[in-house]
Design a binder for this molecule. Structure first.
Ligand code: GDG
Length: 495
């Protein structure tokens, strides 16, 4: 069995506490003797192409540095200034500049140049996310015939939006160099297929999508949480300390918690407006509730992020000024970065988890909040219908984050929910998390990639996907293929 090679923009092991996905991928890398390849996060004056290899924990990592122009054009420009807003349905914030596209293609060529010589013929290559869409095509151009899969962590936009991107056809065509393209949910998969059929005259059938003279397997693989890792984190000293600190505070006031990078896609501004509406509609509850928002700053060099930060500061100030008292502030918004263990403690102390993005590929905070709860006295998750997670986590209180009234009502409902109902909802949510955890996601993808690249693979062997529910505008539910067994089967066939 060949090695697994993971490629992403950044190697997420380099930071302090790696998230569940990093842990799951490193498990597979370790088992297969593979390595993780990506940008080191360092910028040099001139690009050298030098590859730095090191061992982080038990995993081999290979990184390259990028030059300043790469950082500005590829990272700040095309990836975070154009693709991120566009794929999150914000064409109003999408910055197009030809130099960004040129930089994006250049960096993908640089990744391919550096990676290709490190590959062996039986390696399985798994490319992650929107920074690296053209990488598969660049590797093929360098003669790499290995199975290559691509997984998109963020939404795929509707064709009406994608066509506003100059050279959108080239971007989509690049995906056809992969053997397997994975999305978080059926909704993003459908949007991709719609584009292929409407704009590229393509076809779909038998799990494959054909266009540009090629065909690719396209499927949804909803990412899960590393439940065991997260539960263990909840037992750590740091988690218990942060829980105790918050619980002392929450004796007097029920806490609502929000945790996310400060990003316009996460719906922070709308959430604050919803909270303001809640305070206005429920003055009797105003002194009994406290909203804590943890929002580490991100992508500070991109204009849209500076603007959203200023608006959030101003709204938070207004809420505290209008609804606070000499000894009480109704909310606190912090930009500090907390450890995952500290977050686990804070989640557990919160009566309500606020996860209300305007658009989100999946959203792991929703899953972390649920996993951190006390089974005897669990809190309530308020979840945006526009998060990929809403397709699986139907027992959350589902809201439209664009409506401040709906947000305010959901807050009231969650804060006053009876214990019995809280438990019923939490149990259902928790069993969903266990059934479709990050190992199921990883193994389903790897099995499907092997199958997609192997012409002798029989259709009946394909892993079945976890059950998700799509809610149409008319509220009617359509269930996707039943699940669970797929994941277990996939897990059994470890890499
Ligand atoms: C992309 C997609 C998809 C947050 N603050 C701190 C901190 N966090 C951690 C959370 C969580 C992670 O960051 C955020 O994950 P999300 O899934 O919510 O969002 P994105 O970063 O936008 O990720 C998303 C994901 O990829 C995976 O496929 O779900 O839809 O956009 O784990 O806990 N972690 C630490 N300190 C903080 O202050 N240590």
């Amino acid at each position: 069995m060949g090695r697994l090679v993971v490629v992403s923009n950044r190697v997420s092991l380099s930071g302090g506490s790696p998230g569940g996905m990093a842990v799951a991928l490193t498990g597979a890398l370790k088992e297969s003797g593979g390595f993780w390849f990506g940008w080191s996060g360092e910028r040099t004056e001139r690009f050298t192409g030098a590859i730095r290899t090191q061992r982080i924990g038990d995993v081999d990592v290979a990184t390259i540095d990028l030059e300043e122009a790469d950082y500005q054009e590829y990272y700040n420009g095309y990836a975070n200034g154009a693709l991120w807003p566009l794929f999150h349905y914000r064409i109003d914030l999408t910055a197009y500049d030809r130099s960004y596209g040129v930089g994006y293609e250049r960096v993908n060529r640089r990744f391919a140049d550096a990676l290709a010589p490190l590959l062996r013929p039986d390696d399985l290559i798994w490319v992650h996310d929107y920074h690296l869409i053209p990488l598969g095509q660049e590797l093929r151009r360098r003669g790499i015939t290995n199975p290559i899969g691509f997984f998109l962590h963020i939404p795929w936009p509707a064709p009406e939006l994608l066509t506003t991107l100059p050279r959108h056809r080239q971007l989509v065509e690049a995906l056809f160099a992969y053997d397997l393209v994975g999305f978080q949910t059926d909704e993003w998969l459908r949007a991709f297929e719609d584009y292929v059929m409407r704009e590229a005259g393509g076809r779909r059938g038998g799990g494959r999508v054909s266009a540009f003279g090629r065909s690719v397997v396209a499927q949804a693989f909803p990412i899960g949480l590393d439940v065991e890792e997260f539960l263990a984190l909840c037992e750590t000293e740091a988690a218990i300390r942060s829980y105790d600190r918050m619980a002392a505070h929450s004796v007097f006031r029920a806490m609502m918690i929000g945790v996310e990078r400060l990003d316009y896609a996460k719906g922070l501004e709308e959430r604050l407006l919803g909270y303001e509406q809640f305070l206005a509609d429920n003055p009797e509850l105003a002194g009994k509730v406290f909203y804590l928002q943890i929002a580490p700053l991100s992508r500070e060099e991109v204009d849209a992020y500076q603007q959203v930060r200023a608006r959030i500061w101003s709204l938070a100030g207004r809420i505290n000024a209008d609804w606070g008292d000499i000894d009480f502030a109704p909310m606190r918004c912090l930009t500090q970065n907390y450890s995952r263990a500290q977050l686990a403690g804070v989640y557990r102390a919160a009566r309500v988890g606020l996860v209300t993005p305007l658009r989100d590929g999946m959203n792991l905070v929703a899953k972390e909040y649920v996993a951190a709860q006390d089974p005897e006295d669990p809190g309530v998750l308020i979840l945006s219908r526009f998060a990929g997670a809403a397709r699986e986590m139907t027992e959350a209180v589902i809201v439209n984050p664009f409506s401040r009234e709906e947000l305010a009502e959901a807050m009231r409902r969650a804060l006053t929910m009876e214990l019995r109902e809280r438990r019923r909802r939490w149990e259902a949510l928790m069993s969903g998390l266990r059934e479709n955890d990050v190992n199921v996601w990883r193994d389903s993808f790897v099995v499907a990639l092997r199958a997609a690249a192997d012409p002798s693979f029989r259709h009946s062997e394909q892993p079945r996907l976890p059950r998700t529910v799509s809610v149409g505008d008319d509220g009617e539910e359509a269930a996707s293929p039943p699940a669970a067994a797929a994941g277990r089967e996939a897990q059994a066939r470890r890499i």
